[in-house]
Design a protein around this ligand. Structure first.
Ligand code: AMP
Ligand code: MG
Length: 438
């Protein structure tokens, strides 16, 4: 961000959403890499490629339960046959056995899936292809095999057919999905160099707040932002650090904020508007947090505050968000501003920092605002031609999570559009990457 842009942002009372987003992203840099145990790497991004230390499979491996045979005993010099053959069973091999016995012409091994193919053998005839009465034979017996579809080399996982020792099985930048964790384990990686999980401190301010297990008395409100923001952080791969609630008094607030500034991101909710007890901006200032912006042209979410705390002595930085207390406002601000910051710290690709936007046809009227864009919950449906149809959900405003809890997307109504009508072409911000058009 050029210094003059910064200065302008600080001076202006209220800024546009796009400007706010670019300030946030400009200040959110990927965290320094850390080596972690593979099991802790799920959902994180590799900084260093993973190179296999062995072939996979490490030796020729039986892929079916049956009999390990010499192909030549069944097909002669050809590749396939429907011939039947009787073979001496000379050894029983289960997964984990490491027999060195070689299979000579006219003999075979009884073998289980996962066992090494013995020397001399090069194919497996499945147990289902042994003739009734001989299917149960073990070492010392004779099996009669009829495999109408026999092909030389069948049902053998050849050494190194998946990957070779020395091969890069996972390049740098790969997201460690469950499959990638499995592959890394197979390749011998016990530790991985990744972008670590950002620590995100979550602090809910408000003397009225009580925990979810309390029945609110007159004047009290359950703290829904705390659990909601922790869930949102965890869903993206961050590590939520719950700091609980704090009353609207300067000293306890200041102590709690100071504690939160030890994290990579501090999410504080409530107390950022213009009320008498909206102590948060002053507390941030007193704690040495540099304000970048306060108030964005957005509905809901207008009071949102963003700043940076630089820890003394090169101790790194904390990105500080003051989110509005009303839960729907808090969530909209999380989705629009905190998510891109957290994703940047996690090293996500630039194009994936913000939620994806698509076009949709509006199924019913929805209210906009003259001065600000409105983000309202909607359900999506796939139209016959594959296009999207957006159904506005009932929504009473910035404290109402009922519609948001089942929303597929935000309906983004631009500033100046007082009312969007059924049939209008509108923009939607996708909340669910598993939206299946159902
Ligand atoms: P504030 O931003 O502090 O003025 O709060 C605005 C509204 O949001 C008030 O009705 C608060 O009671 C409510 N509120 C603030 N924090 C929370 C929270 N953590 N959970 C639920 N509601 C909250
Ligand atoms: Mg409050």
């Amino acid at each position: 961000m050029p210094p003059e842009g910064r200065a302008a942002a600080r001076k202006k009372a209220m800024i546009d959403l796009e400007a706010a987003l670019s300030h946030v992203v400009a200040d959110a840099r990927r965290l320094p890499p850390r080596r972690v145990r593979l099991e802790e790497g799920r959902g994180l991004r590799l900084i260093e490629p993973i190179v296999a230390d062995v072939d996979s499979p490490p030796w020729d491996r039986a892929m079916m339960d049956g009999f390990a045979v010499r192909s030549a005993d069944l097909v002669g010099d050809g590749r396939s046959s429907d011939a039947s053959v009787s073979l001496d069973v000379v050894v029983d091999l289960a997964a984990g056995d490491a027999s060195t016995l070689a299979i000579r012409p006219g003999s075979c091994a009884r073998i289980m899936t996962g066992a090494p193919i013995p020397a001399g053998a090069d194919a497996v005839v499945p147990i289902e292809s042994s003739v009734e009465g001989t299917a149960g034979v073990h070492a010392g017996g004779v099996v009669r095999l009829v495999d109408p579809k026999f092909r030389a080399g069948q049902h053998v996982g050849l050494q190194g057919c998946a990957f070779r020792a020395g091969a890069e099985v996972l390049p740098a930048g790969t997201l460690l999905t469950p499959a990638a964790v499995g592959l890394a384990a197979e390749a011998g990686a016990t530790h991985v160099l990744v972008v670590p999980r950002p620590r995100v401190a979550i602090l809910s301010t408000g003397s009225e707040l009580v925990a979810a297990d309390a029945v609110p008395r007159f004047g009290q409100t359950r703290n829904s932002n705390g659990p909601m923001l922790a869930a949102a952080v965890a869903a993206l791969g961050g590590e939520p650090v719950a700091l609980g609630t704090v009353v609207d008094r300067p000293e306890p607030l200041r102590a709690a904020v100071a504690q939160g500034l030890a994290a990579d991101i501090l999410l504080l909710s409530g107390g950022v508007s213009a009320g008498d007890l909206d102590l948060v901006p002053g507390t941030f200032r007193a704690c040495g947090v540099e304000k970048i912006f306060h108030k964005v042209r957005l509905k809901p979410g207008k009071p949102v505050w963003f700043g940076i705390f630089t820890r003394p002595g090169g101790g790194g930085r904390c990105l500080v968000f003051g989110l509005p207390g009303n839960p729907a406002s808090s969530l909209v601000c999380f989705d629009l501003f905190v998510r891109p910051a957290l994703a940047s710290l996690l090293g996500w690709p630039q194009g994936r920092l913000s939620l994806p936007r698509r076009r949709a046809r509006l199924a019913g009227a929805a209210k906009g605002a003259e001065d600000r864009p409105v983000y309202a919950p909607c359900r999506l449906e796939s139209g016959d031609d594959g296009s999207l149809v957006a159904h506005p959900l009932p929504w009473t405003g910035s404290s109402d999570l009922v519609g948001l809890a089942v929303a597929d997307a935000y309906l983004a109504i631009p500033a100046g559009v007082r009312r969007a009508e059924a049939g209008d072409d509108v923009e939607v911000v996708m909340l669910r990457d598993d939206f299946d058009g159902a």
